[in-house]
Ligand binder design. Structure first.
Ligand code: ADP
Ligand code: MN
Ligand code: MN
Ligand code: MN
Ligand code: MN
Length: 335
């Protein structure tokens, strides 16, 4: 007998990478092997020597096909098995290993917007819905748009065994959020990419497209972010390390280095309005959703816990963001 393996990888399109996948039929009992693909069609090679390698790194049940079918997330390599330049996971893996004893955890809040006919769900043809206010965590027709998609996506993620910790309706009509974590540095990013893949596939079933654009709608509408919650073992046990991490993220050229890698179009989203801090100024504060990095009020009460970097865009590569945060904060915490 045989089973189906859907190989998934992050492509080389920039500034914002996309997902690709293809199916391999395997004999029962055979683990998904290393495979290949045509990199010239995914912005990962020139036509002259276009073979690239798919190396399986994370496998889970395929909740769409069901049965014995699996999803196989891969790293992309060159044919000499070195990481391809588009492969940001390889660098994240090195940094995660270097600071493994600090036991970093992440929770990422993935916001996204559902579209049909070129408009966000809930936006009428040739006009606008009522202003923001009733939509965030709303209930009821006229306020909630696309719940059938969101519910099915959650069920798929849970059936796949992904570490989804919740979902909610967002501030703009048609905008939603799911959270992945807490999970380790590579784990959170692997699960997030597979959760995005399942969301794209769920959209296919409903004729709805998914946008991870950071500012999908111009005007007085919230952008879409990927707030990144972070802790180390020391931060989960005391307050000084919380402050050390907040200070490290603001040190020297770190704010600029991080913001540059926090997703395409970040200046359009981090305007200082719509629950953001301006992209050009670093700040941190307790409970403050207008600062770059927020210390949740409960964390200040407990004097331990985690911090929330509110700057990353919805269209981040989580391998890049988690790698930078671990590198910056764990280097400072090591001292
Ligand atoms: P918000 O109030 O900003 O909307 P959410 O509830 O949407 O927050 O997301 C918070 C995220 O933080 C969740 O993914 C959760 O798993 C994660 N989280 C909780 N504790 C920790 C921790 N100690 N370290 C890292 N992430 C954490
Ligand atoms: Mn072919
Ligand atoms: Mn949230
Ligand atoms: Mn949100
Ligand atoms: Mn948040």
């Amino acid at each position: 007998m045989v089973y189906k393996a859907e190989y998934i990888w992050v492509d080389g399109v920039r500034p914002t990478a996309g997902l690709r996948s293809k199916t391999r039929v395997l004999a029962d009992g055979v683990e998904p092997p290393v495979w290949g693909f045509d990199g010239s069609s995914t912005a990962q090679a020139e036509g002259r020597s276009s073979d690239r390698v798919l190396r399986p790194v994370f496998t889970c049940p395929d909740p769409i096909r069901g049965g014995d079918a699996v999803l196989v997330l891969c790293e992309v390599e060159n044919i000499d098995f070195t990481p391809h330049e588009s492969n940001n996971r390889a660098e994240a893996r090195e940094v995660a290993e270097r600071f493994a004893e600090q036991e970093a955890w992440f929770g990422i809040e993935q916001e996204y917007t559902l579209f049909r006919d070129g408009r966000p769900l809930g936006f009428p043809e040739g006009g606008f819905p009522a202003p923001q206010g009733p939509y965030y965590c709303g209930a009821g027709a006229g306020v909630v748009f696309g719940r059938e998609v969101v519910e099915k996506h959650l069920d798929y993620c849970l059936a796949a065994g992904l570490k989804i910790s919740g979902i909610n309706g967002e501030v703009m009509p048609g905008q939603w959020e799911f959270q992945v974590g807490p999970a380790g540095t590579l784990e959170v990013a692997d699960h997030l990419w597979v959760a995005r893949y399942l969301l794209l596939r769920t959209g296919e079933e409903f004729g709805v497209t998914v946008s991870f654009d950071a500012k999908p709608q111009r005007g007085d509408w919230n952008g879409a972010g990927a707030h990144t919650n972070f802790s180390t073992k020391a931060m989960r046990e005391g307050y000084d390390p919380i402050i050390t991490a907040c200070e490290a993220l603001g040190d020297g050229d770190k704010p600029a280095v991080h913001v540059r890698a926090y997703g395409a179009g970040i200046e359009d989203r981090l305007t200082g309005l719509h629950e953001t801090a301006p992209w050009s100024e670093y700040s941190y504060g307790v409970s403050n959703r207008g600062s770059s990095v927020r210390i949740p009020w409960q964390v200040e009460v407990d004097k331990k816990g985690y911090i929330e970097d509110r700057r990353p865009n919805a269209n981040i590569d989580p391998y890049v963001v988690t790698r930078l945060i671990v590198d910056t904060c764990c280097t400072a915490l090591e001292k």
